[in-house]
Each structure stands twice: as C-alpha cells, then as structure tokens.
Design a binder for this molecule. Structure first.
Ligand code: PEP
Length: 268
C-alpha cells in the first residue's frame, strides 16, 4: 500500500512516494482573457474559500486584477498568473508589461503563446521562446501553448505543427518546475467543439515523447494541459486521457461554481 506524502509546496508539480515514485499533480488553470473588473473579485473569494484538493489551482486574470487577486489568495491554495509578458526586462515598450512586474504583482505563472496572441499580435515561436526565457528569469513558470488550426488538422499535419512549435517555442533549460505545456487546438477554443479522446491522447503522447527526446528524464514530470472548450460536463473523460495533467480553461473558469466542478474532477 503506497502512502501519499503531504504536498510540499504550492508549486510542486508532482508528489513523491516513499518508494521514490512520483505522480504529477494535476493543474486546473483558468484563463480569464480580457474579462473581469473589480466586481469579479467575488469569484476569486469563492474559489479561495473552497476546500483544498490535490489539484493545483491557478487563475490568470487580466493584469489589472493580478495584485488584488494575489492578496486575496495569499495563504490559500489558489495561485495567480498572467496571460502574457514582454521579452525584455524593461525599456521603451509602451503598454507592455515585463515578467518581473508580473512577479512583483503576485503572479507565479504566465501563459505564453496563446493562439489569440499568436493570431492577434503575430507572435512567432521565436518570440515566445524569448518570452519564456524572460519568465524564467523572473521566477515565473511558463505555460507555453501550442495547437493546430482546423485546416492543419484536416490536412493531417497536426503532429508536425505541434512538433515544430515545441521545438522553437521552448528554450533549453526547461524543467518540471519552470514549464507547463498546453495543447490547445485553435478550432476548439471557445467553440464548444472538442477533439476525440483518441486525438487528444495522440497529441499528448507525442508531446511527452518529443519533450523526453529533448530534455530526458525531467520531461516525465512536465505537466501537459489540454485546453479548448473544457467544461464541467467533459472534464472527467478528458482528465482520464493518458498524459493529460490538467486543463487550461477559458469560458468555464470565469464563474467559481463552474470552475470548482472542473477542479474537483481533475483532483479525482
Ligand atoms: C483558452 O482560451 O485557453 C480556452 C481554452 O478557452 P475555452 O475554454 O473558452 O475554449
């Protein structure tokens, strides 16, 4: 009978057993996108008051709410993150935010390379690689997003696209503590459409193998999230897919009641 040791810290990506085995902790990451005003702090207060599960909980609000949310969530199981950062430490970049500023505001994670940033702002894999390095310098864990368009899936090039994005967006030096990868098929984001469980497994197994080939043993502990129309109704079956270590959730993370169901299913 294996005894589960207490989780040693809020950012510990895995738990270890006396036998030296490990199990990756699931991560429920909410991406609020450009949603949320001060009134939305009530949602965070609700989340922060929920009983703690074994699933790590992260909310990435708009930058205007990071500090207030981090204060509310201090000494709770809920972590706060950001949705983007600039690649530079400081300088003449009007309107941009550095990783260090996010860290100072209370962020622990930052989402990088979301398809909406890649699309709306023309972000390249190389820029995302540079932003990831900036995040690491500021002691933020990077959640690097990859995913194919519908056209690419129809053409059968999904794994080629994912492989190229992983290779060019993730810098050398990745560890289970500083990197999370999110697979987000672009056509599944905000559409209510989700790949088959088999298709999710194929991509996640491929990502694990690709990271192992490059980073060796540490890749076994890097969390791989699925994102794209995850909701309380489909989270349990997606969570059961091999190499799915949690979810990156948009719409269904805005209401504490919905997100709590997702956290609970991932924590099973
Ligand atoms: C996202 O934007 O990262 C996302 C997964 O959105 P949704 O859950 O709304 O599809």
């Amino acid at each position: 009978m294996i005894q589960i040791l207490p989780v040693t810290g809020p950012k510990e990506p895995y738990k270890t057993y006396p036998e030296g085995e490990f199990m990756r902790r699931k991560l429920a990451a909410g991406n609020w996108k450009m949603n949320g005003l001060l009134a939305s702090l009530t949602e965070i207060k609700t989340l922060a008051s929920l009983p703690q599960t074994d699933c790590e909980v992260l909310i990435c609000p708009p930058v205007t709410l990071i500090h207030a949310m981090a204060e509310i969530c201090q000494d709770t199981a809920v972590l706060i993150g950001a949705q983007d950062c600039h690649a530079a430490e400081c300088g003449a970049h009007t309107g941009d935010i550095s990783a260090q500023m996010l860290h100072e505001a209370g962020a622990k994670y930052v989402i990088l390379g979301h398809s909406e940033r890649r699309g709306d702002h023309g972000e390249s894999d190389e820029l995302i690689r540079q932003k990831t390095l900036a995040a690491w310098s500021a002691d933020l864990t990077a959640i690097v997003c990859v995913g194919e368009s519908e056209q690419q899936r129809l053409e059968g090039t999904t794994l080629d696209i994912i492989g190229a994005q992983l290779a060019a967006s993730i810098p050398d030096g990745a560890t289970a503590e500083n990197l999370v990868v999110a697979y987000e098929p672009i056509w599944a984001i905000g559409t209510g459409r989700v790949p088959t469980l088999g298709d999710i497994a194929q991509v996640h197994d491929f990502m694990r193998k690709t990271l192992s080939n490059r980073f060796g043993d540490i890749a076994a502990n890097v969390r791989l999230l699925y994102g794209g129309s995850m909701n309380p109704g489909n989270v349990a079956e997606i969570s059961g897919v091999s190499n799915v270590d949690g979810g990156l959730v948009g719409g269904a993370s805005l209401k504490a009641q919905d997100f709590a169901k997702i956290i609970s299913a991932l924590g099973q």
